[in-house]
Design a protein around this ligand. Sequence first.
Ligand code: GLN
Length: 538
Amino acid sequence: MASAKHIFVTGGVTSSLGKGIIASSLAKILQARGFSVTIQKFDPYLNIDPGTLNPYEHGECYVTDDGAETDLDLGHYERFLNIPTSQANNITTGRIYYQVIQQERQGAYLGKTVQVIPHITNEIKRNFVKLDETGKYDIIITEIGGCVGDIESLPFIEAVRQFKWERGSENVMVIHLTLVPYLKSAGELKTKPSQHSVKQLSEAGIQPDILICRTEQSLSAEIRKKLALFCNLDYNCVIEAKDTDTIYGVPLLMQEEKLDERVLQKLRLTAPKTADMTAWQEFVWQLKRPMEEITVALVGKYVELHDAYKSIVEAFIHAGVKHLCKVNIRWVQSELLTLENNLSLLESIDGILVAPGFGERGIEGKITAIKYARENNIPFFGICLGMQCACVEFARNVLGFEHSASTEMSKNTPYPIIDLMENQKNLTQKGGTMRLGAYACQVKNNTKAHKAYNSLHIQERHRHRYEFNNQYLEQFESAGMICSGLNPESKLVEIVEIPSHIWFVGTQFHPELKSTVANPHPLFVGFVGACLEKSKNN
Ligand code: GLN
């Protein structure tokens, strides 16, 4: 029987207020107080998962160990809490309906009319407690995507209302996050949008327990009082979430605001200990006081939307702190690199990362960047498609295999250096069918990868359909690009590197997905280290 306490986080006024960061920050403090906490996200869109969404549409698709393609907020949960999430941590409306419709086809509703209420809401509630069934958690935080008042979030809000009523307010609470805008011309913070948002939630039958106000300016006592009065809240349950220069500062702000205290009071919990946030404080302190600075080029085709590369950006922050170094990112649109004078975009750069991706657009630009890095001994890190491009570049320009390519871009290439995996060949269904999730990788002794990991057995997360074509491995290795990481069962090439180069590493997996504040990813740490070395020699 389930026994965790549940905290729901809803949002109002606008989207993008940072519900994921608030949920992660609260979870972090509760974790530091000795609770076992997890976070799950319920998204109100109809896709079964974000796996089929264009990154421009929804930002990065985050992948879990168990191979779920999920919302990028799960990346924040993992980076803050340093514990893995899973398939059960991200549920969409599409998945809920899919489950209900499948059950209907199996006759599970015994001739009844299947309706949003109670069948969809029951299915939502069943999913609220799925992680509870593992018995691993004291507290489960559930972020409800979208804004209160959106038509598509209604069933979720109704499910929260019922769930709270059924379990009682000492077991279930609701935190509502809103915006308190500052009107420059009036020189005033405005509470009205928040009042309306809480009113809307109340109309749906939910009185929030805590209001968190995203704001540019500090909330005065007067403003807090006003919000408390008109939103029907205790004065100390109006919490300020002032803009910060780093998301990693938010747990400390929430702790100052005593968010954890309020939550524990509401849920009638006694914490095993006071929060020890020393390691976190040190991280933030260090982050704000770098001793060095480097600039790396992030070459990709979705660079206009930085969220498309969220985990890479965060992994650079973690690795940077480890080196007491600020990592500036120069966003380079790979398509521009193929134009004339293209290389000026890479001028005086300390390192080049070629990003993951799909499809043909921007490929030649990525290959141009890789050639530049290889020939000029500039630290290079290729991730997934970035690694595949590095192999193609090597085949074309070192081995002299003219027109070599990945069959993803060129079906009839004479040199299919990168080819569709055997078990992908007959697949027609798109969602959830790539090589997904954690796979073992054996690292070769005395390589850059070995030096970085300091281990010969690792596990990393994947999301791809194409692979290095082993038919060419011998030729690659004798010409100077070696395989330094191999899947022990399938023999798929997972890491390639050029030993004679300052730092040239490509990975078929996505190391960025496993970088956390507590455990910066070893390859990012290695890459940043090489970039620093390079910048000192420059
Ligand atoms: N498009 C490539 C593949 O499917 C690379 C995918 C990626 O970069 N995640 O293999």
